[in-house]
Design a protein around this ligand. Structure first.
Ligand code: ADP
Ligand code: ZN
Length: 746
């Protein structure tokens, strides 16, 4: 029998157990039952899989979710473990084969749904072989007090009792109320179980609440900032799901909707596309997520406030299961409260609810809703709020939520506000943000002189403040109701009566005014910042390894994360292994994975190093490239040929970046190209009814081959999209020097 550390290393590729894991494993090995309450992502599987491999005989894992079994088993098989699952998704022939193999002792771990324990064929097969452990996953399903009661869970005990001798029983759940815990112990007849509840904290998750009116715009921006990453957007209604999914697609984001009102086939397709990374964003109602075990979800954004903390933590918890930093953000609007209240008062799944029961339910649900509102008020550390709600203790400061970050350096900005407000007044409230900023910074632009603004007392009084910070300050003042923007086509800034108190020094303005850029990141989540901290790894290599992973995954028909997690690929980029031994030192690579994929990845790393040198050199080259992908494309424009297909802007930008051998985001390229086309009259910018800007063609566009076409979104609705024919692409390439100049100055 190999020891547990060896197994952890060889099968999973990890060096050490997490705190609770080791104790649980030791208990099981000593023959003692276990009840473990661990939040999602804490690593429950290791707790029962490691002892399963050490005990003789087989382990039955009872799991309620058929959809999860296939993934978990394929992850095990990938790691060289003899495992299988038995459920109704298999054909009769396949089930027969599995049963035969069980009898032949082929497997160490077999996943079954609880209903299976009652079937004749299964009982007969099992009767001759040794079952050393029954691991009950999602054990709260046994309790009527839990959210997902499954009657067949009640039969687990009678199944165990008819075995020749009683196996160890271990039970795992993420739900921890005392009532549910007691039910699990009683119903499974756990014998003096080793009982452990690990903290509810998930420290790789950032929590944020954003209270701003322009939710669609903020959402779009957040998603664009996270280009290339997988995310879930939860909406409260089907209508919102369709609207948001459509809006995202319309802006070139690979998104698809998911809700219970869609035809089954479409819904399943979108879900699969998401799991297999064929689309990046799934926009869904709370119907999505049960039975999804995608580990590389990098953000969960709630477009609407959820109805209670239980739902919220469960949904948000789908982010960052791979241990990577991930963001969980609620875009709060007061109207969500009314929607939820309406649903509570009018919606009940229970048809024969009498008046009394209804009143009780409404009272209970409203209480939970009000707690959710408190969370969204953002008046305290969000993580501490969550932890206290679930019965953990918490410090009150976590340093990784929107409250803690926003309040870490809140400053008095009264003087800055006075300068800005009085400048707007002196400019007679007739100009937009850019001109106001120009005046404050003392711009030497001709327009400013022509208008005589250089004579104003506020000209240049904030010359040391960057335009970006000024723009941020303007939005702070706008959010606080001191200024408004008026006018559709050329919005101008005006001050409100409320601003007078500030100008007269009667009101203090406080805001989080961090160093440049940090402001935006803090408001919109944390990933962007984290990423640059981790900059020491070569992004170009990372993207090559990811591509390799995708190729292997699609060849083997498994999700990419089953091959290697993002964390493993990052660690590879950091460690740059050259030998198998070094490769085994990478987190997440065990012996089997080394055998299967080690050499392919070693080759790819070697190729990259031979070409670009190790770390330093490759990174600095990349840095130079990163400083302006536009310049690189401009320099190579003559060698770049257009794609033979007509492409929307995002894909066209992607094409250019790829052809130029870069690994940058598409955003700067997209924006530069669009701005240039607008400046030349080939495109025009309009805003849709939500105030989000979009580009459309002009009479001139046709001449160079830019067309407006009608496309169907994954939601089945039509939208119009601007496409670039090969001719237009060539035209743009011919003018790329100019485009780069414009973009670099933006
Ligand atoms: P749960 O079932 O509790 O939601 P999982 O078993 O899916 O969690 O584990 C979550 C993630 O943590 C997986 O990617 C898993 O490989 C990883 N993990 C588990 N144990 C360890 C460990 N000791 N060291 C590093 N990563 C681990
Ligand atoms: Zn906090």
């Amino acid at each position: 029998m190999s020891d547990k550390y060896e197994i952890l290393k060889s099968v999973y590729g990890y060096d050490s157990f997490r705190p609770a894991q080791e104790d649980i494993i030791d208990s099981i090995l000593s023959g003692r039952d276990v009840l473990a309450v661990m939040p999602t992502g804490a690593g429950k599987s290791v707790c029962f899989q490691v002892p399963a491999l050490m005990l003789d005989g087989i382990t039955l894992v009872i799991s309620p979710l058929i959809s999860l079994m296939a993934d978990q088993v394929s992850a095990l098989v990938q790691s060289g473990v003899r495992a299988a699952y038995l459920n109704s998704s298999l054909t009769a022939g396949q089930q027969y084969a599995v049963l035969n193999n069980i009898r032949a002792g082929t497997y160490k771990i077999v996943y079954v749904a609880p209903e299976r324990l009652e079937t004749e064929g299964f009982l007969k097969t099992i009767s001759d072989i040794k079952i050393s452990m029954i691991a009950v996953d999602e054990a709260h399903c046994i309790s009527q007090w839990g959210q997902d009661f499954r009657p067949s869970y009640m039969n687990i005990t009678s199944f165990a009792e008819q075995l020749p001798y009683r196996p160890v029983i271990s039970a795992f759940t993420a739900t921890a109320t005392d009532r549910v815990k007691r039910d699990i112990i009683d119903s499974l007849k756990l014998n003096d179980p080793y009982s452990v509840t690990t903290g509810f904290d998930r420290n790789n998750l950032y929590f944020g609440v954003i209270r701003e009116r322009r939710r669609e715009e903020i959402l779009l921006k957040m998603i664009e900032d996270r280009e290339g990453k997988s995310g879930i957007v939860y909406c409260s209604t089907r209508k919102n799901v369709e609207k948001i999914s459509f809006m995202l697609e319309n802006h070139g984001i690979s998104a698809a909707p998911y809700h219970a009102g869609m035809p089954d086939a479409d819904r399943r397709k979108n879900q699969e596309d998401f799991i297999y990374d064929r689309i990046k964003v799934i926009v869904a109602t709370n119907a999505f997520g049960m039975g999804i075990d995608k580990s590389n979800v990098s953000y969960v954004i709630h477009y609407n406030m959820p109805k209670d903390m239980e739902s919220y933590y469960q949904e948000a918890g789908r982010a960052g299961r791979d241990g990577e930093n991930a963001d969980c953000v609620i875009l709060f609007s007061g109207s969500d409260y009314m929607t939820n209240k309406f649903l509570i008062e009018n919606g009940s799944e229970n048809e024969d609810e009498d008046d009394n029961a209804k009143a009780v339910r409404i009272k209970k649900d409203m209480k939970r809703l009000n707690i959710m509102m408190d969370y969204c008020s953002g008046a305290g550390c969000l993580r501490s709020f969550i932890l206290r709600y679930f019965g953990d203790t918490a410090e009150g400061y976590c340093g990784n939520c929107s409250y803690c970050l926003d309040n870490s350096d809140k400053q008095d900005i009264t003087v800055e506000s006075q300068k800005i407000l009085s400048c707007i007044i002196r400019m007679e409230q007739r100009f937009g943000a850019s001109t106001v900023i120009d005046v404050l910074r003392g711009s030497k632009a001709k327009k400013i002189y022509e208008l005589g603004f250089d004579k104003l007392s506020t000209y240049g009084i904030m010359e040391d403040t960057s335009a970006e910070t000024l723009r941020y300050l303007l939005s702070v003042l706008q959010n606080m109701g001191y200024i408004v923007r008026e006018g559709e086509e050329y919005p101008v800034l005006k001050i409100t009566p409320k601003a007078m108190a500030v100008l007269k020094g009667r009101e203090i303005v406080e805001a989080n005014l961090p160093s440049e850029k940090k402001a935006k990141r803090q408001k919109l989540g944390r990933s962007a910042e984290k990423e640059s901290e981790e900059y020491s790894i070569d992004p170009q290599l990372l993207s090559k390894l990811k591509k390799l992973r995708t190729d292997i995954a699609s060849k083997e028909s498994v999700p990419a994360y089953v091959v290697f997690s993002d964390a493993t690929l990052r660690d590879m980029c950091a460690k740059l292994p050259r030998t198998s031994e070094q490769m085994l030192g990478v987190a997440g690579i065990g012996a089997k994975k080394m055998e299967k994929y080690g050499n392919i990845f070693l080759d790819e790393i070697k190729k990259h190093i031979d070409r670009y040198g190790t770390g330093e050199k490759a990174t600095s080259q990349q840095r130079a490239d990163n400083s302006s992908p536009l310049s690189v494309i401009a320099a190579k424009a003559k060698q770049i040929s257009p794609s033979s297909e007509e492409l929307p802007i995002t894909q066209f930008a992607d094409h250019l970046i790829g052809e130029a051998g870069l690994n940058s985001k598409t955003k700067p390229v997209r924006e530069a190209v669009s701005m240039w086309l607008i400046s030349k009259g080939f495109l025009t910018e309009t805003t849709d009814d939500k105030g989000i800007s979009c580009k459309t063609t002009t009479p001139l566009s046709e001449e160079i081959g830019i067309h407006l076409v009608s496309r169907m979104s994954a939601a089945g609705t039509f939208y119009s999209s601007v496409v670039y024919t090969p001719k237009a692409q060539q035209f743009i390439l011919d003018h790329f020097t100019e485009i780069a100049q414009l973009g670099n100055n933006m």
